[in-house]
Design a protein around this ligand. Structure first.
Ligand code: URA
Length: 232
């Protein structure tokens, strides 16, 4: 594998912007093979030991991010009318990334973005039954009858089989926390439509064990930790 400029090497592996990387180099937070690095253009071989803020980076490793998706952005790599969530990332080669589990354009909250296809398959494949937790606001108060129907497994229009049982926790009269293990098209909205209600806001809080980091403002993102990556 060819060598790479130091700032690219760090940007590729951490997902940080070029200016962020340059600031870190100026502050002496980067070393190459044990020697403090001051030149962002230094050519680094793939076998070099690059340390960034005390952490050893591995060349060309996969990237994993969580994003707090704002309303109005679509979860696709390209779109003719809307901005895409990838445009919120200040990283090199965003075109190499993809979204592991979409949210609707009017939904908010946890979105996972990576370039590791096997990992995103584990997140999204129905076989793995990963729980997704959504906080929803409803147009009408949530009735006990509706909760019972959703918890039994509601039949959606156009689907061959009923949904798997959902876990429903009433948070307020017209707010609920909903846990589902499938990912059918507009599933949560269609589930509430099927019990005569409608969803006015939908926010994803959690996927499997991975919770949206509360420090992330709407539109903000961060790299996943190794522990978070290992959840899937
Ligand atoms: N269910 C929906 O209806 N929309 C989403 O974005 C996610 C789950």
């Amino acid at each position: 594998m060819a060598s790479l400029r130091l700032d690219r090497f760090i940007g590729n592996t951490t997902g940080l912007s070029r200016s962020h990387v340059h600031r870190a180099i100026r502050r002496g937070e980067v070393s190459v093979d044990g020697v403090a690095a001051s030149d962002a253009g230094l050519q680094v071989s793939p076998s070099a030991r690059v340390e960034f803020q005390g952490r050893t980076l591995t060349a060309f490793e996969s990237r994993y991010f969580m994003l707090n998706k704002p309303i109005g952005f679509v979860c696709s790599t390209e779109d003719p009318t809307h901005r895409t969530v990838l445009q919120l990332l200040d990283v090199l080669n965003p075109a190499k990334l993809h979204i592991a589990g979409r949210l609707d354009v009017d939904a908010t909250g946890l979105v996972l973005i990576t370039d590791d296809g096997e990992w995103s398959h584990r997140v999204t494949s129905p076989r793995h039954q990963i729980a997704k937790i959504y906080r929803v606001t409803l147009n009408e108060p949530l009735s006990d009858i509706a909760i019972a129907a959703l918890q039994t497994g509601i039949q959606l229009k156009g689907e061959p089989r009923p949904c798997q049982p959902a876990a429903i926790e009433r948070v307020e009269n017209n707010q609920a926390r909903v846990t589902i293990t499938e990912g059918k098209y507009h599933q949560v909205k269609r589930m509430f439509a099927a019990v005569g209600n409608s969803v006015t806001t939908l926010h994803r809080e959690q996927i499997g064990e991975l919770m949206l980091d509360p420090v992330l403002a709407s539109g903000a993102y961060r790299s996943l930790t190794s522990e978070e990556i290992s959840y899937f």
